[in-house]
Design a protein around this ligand. Structure first.
Ligand SMILES: C[S@@+](CC[C@H](N)C(=O)[O-])C[C@H]1O[C@@H](n2cnc3c(N)ncnc32)[C@H](O)[C@@H]1O
Length: 245
């Protein structure tokens, strides 16, 4: 009760002196409420790890900034993926979902010479997909042109751009050969399941599979990841979850 009273007292004080700041308080409360409201989107059940525990003090990663580009990974998520590359001594990476090429760039930048990122996105001339993509905003992104356009020219020798619907993509040439798989294509339950199953069969034993958007605003990703055993681990402060094979 004391806590409730002091909270209400603070709210009243903010309302009197800085009413505009109430947006910050209610915005934060709303984000937490969103995360807790629906059990299927609640991410508190996932084990989590601090970024500092997947890297070491002497690690040096290279990141490129892409100001103003949305629907892409954050710098911390890029650094976490770079830490996986270093930890695994990764040479072969498979990515579902290229979009403009932000994550592809961070992956390629941190790969040693001779390494390769295979990145998959829908064909530009015929961006049809077989399974359902539930969010309208995602369907728009799927049909945008200019996929991979931000991948710098000097990194292109480290990138193989594959164009196909992941639901019909044939993994046969890649089975068991990838050190790292990054799943960031369509975010519907059926697509995350499809991409995970295909990613898993392309992953070598001891490799890491990581998913983007394990966050309440993508409840179908959360819901699918909860159905998996073992449950993926979240990198704290990010929407990145991962499992080692
Ligand atoms: C969120 S964006 C990827 C963002 C990117 N990984 C980054 O961080 O910069 C998702 C991408 O997945 C692609 N995509 C959606 N459905 C797909 C499918 N069925 N097969 C392959 N790619 C798909 C979309 O065209 C879009 O470019």
């Amino acid at each position: 009760m004391n806590k409730t009273r002091s909270f209400l007292y603070r709210i009243a004080k903010i309302a009197k002196h800085n009413p505009a700041d109430l947006r910050v308080v209610f915005g934060t409360a709303n984000a937490v409420a969103e995360a807790i409201e629906s059990p299927s989107a609640d991410i508190r059940v996932f084990p989590s790890i601090d970024y500092a525990d997947i890297t070491c003090a002497s690690s040096r990663f290279v990141m490129q900034t892409f100001p103003g580009i949305g629907a892409s990974i954050s710098m911390l998520e890029g650094a976490a993926l770079a830490a996986f590359i270093q930890k695994l001594g990764a040479k072969r990476i498979f990515e579902f979902g290229t979009y403009k090429g932000v994550s592809t760039t961070q992956l390629a930048l941190n790969l040693p010479d001779g390494g390769m990122v295979y990145t998959l996105d829908l064909p530009e001339d015929h961006p049809a997909y077989t399974l359902a993509i539930t969010k309208a905003e995602e369907r728009e992104i799927a049909t945008e042109i200019g996929k991979g356009i931000l991948i710098p020219q000097e990194l292109r020798h480290k990138v193989i751009f594959l164009r196909s619907d992941s639901a019909t993509f044939d993994t046969t040439p890649y089975l068991g050969s990838m050190d790292l798989v990054f799943v960031d294509g369509a975010h519907s339950f059926d697509y995350v399941k499809n991409d995970t199953e295909k990613g898993w069969e392309m992953l070598r034993p001891g490799g890491i599979i990581a998913w983007h958007d394990c966050t309440p605003s993508h409840p179908e990703v959360v819901s699918y990841l909860k159905s998996r055993t073992p449950m993926p681990t979240l990198v704290q402060g990010t929407a990145l979850a991962f499992v080692k094979k």
